[in-house]
Design a protein around this ligand. Sequence first.
Ligand SMILES: *[C@@H]1O[C@H](CO)[C@@H](O)[C@H](O)[C@H]1NC(C)=O
Ligand SMILES: [Zn+2]
Length: 318
Amino acid sequence: MKILLVTLIGLVDYTYQSGWSYDYQTQWPGLCRGGQLQSPINIMTRDAIFDKHEAHIRGPLVMRGYGDVKVTAINNGHTLRWKVKPDTEAPVLSGGPLRGNYTFLQFHLHWLSEHAIDGMKYPMEIHMVHVKTGVPVDEALKRPDGLAVIGVMCQIYSNEESQFALEQIMPAVPDLASRSEEETDPKNIDLRRLLSPNPQSYYTYHGSLTTPDCQESVTWIVMDKPLIIADTQYQVFSKVDVGGRDNYRNLQQVNRVVYRSVASCSTILMPSFFGTIISLISCLSSSLTAGVNKGYCYIVNIKRRLLGSTVKKCAKLA
Ligand SMILES: *[C@@H]1O[C@H](CO)[C@@H](O)[C@H](O)[C@H]1NC(C)=O
Ligand SMILES: [Zn+2]
């Protein structure tokens, strides 16, 4: 009885402190349960509309001022978040599927990834959140075009260059091991290092925030070429307390159109790139499918291996 009581108090206390939890997603409020345009989703390459007539994606994505941004970091109990220091110059995103300018607010991390591509989850996903320029955030959350979020998948690979992408943010991570009200000291970083190797190659669709209250105000731009990060860096995140084991929302129903940029097919013109064959197949045929369960299983195994737990067999799935 005593143990049960302690557990219950612990639970109430925890829920009270952070408001919501990834462990109880079915209890999230409002649109999180009733919405029809929720995120994240599994993006199937073969179902994505290749927008070669530029009906929806008009011209390249334009990123201004991403090279030098003053940010402060915090562990808010759900994620590690780096946000632009108020009254400093913020980057601006426009072009592609966007109509007008979107001002960069913050980026944060999810491990594992929230989106899946062809059923494949990645070890980590970076979200760069932008709000329609000149619109206050609480207003933007009420508009279908209020926010634009870039999702960047991270793949673990160990070579000389794999430290590069996260190098600027890693020194702050140990100080962010647990939830705190306190922000780190401001630091200037180059956000371009956190973008995909080819930022013109992406999927885009209309969806929602992936945290309560799950407002359906987001133009999602999910990069299809992953950023490479080092396994030694990824292990540091396993020591960060985000209130539970993971900090990703479950996949939501797709039931809508996903577009893909022209550049997401253009790697077929670069024969040396290792993704050539895969890109070629996925642009020209409809036969490339990977079982959600199988891809997911492989990625969870990467995580299990890094954290020293037992690896499960994936071959039988899907
Ligand atoms: C977006 O910002 C650019 C540069 O400041 C400006 O020239 C352009 O008019 C803006 N576009 C809109 C739709 O406000
Ligand atoms: Zn996010």
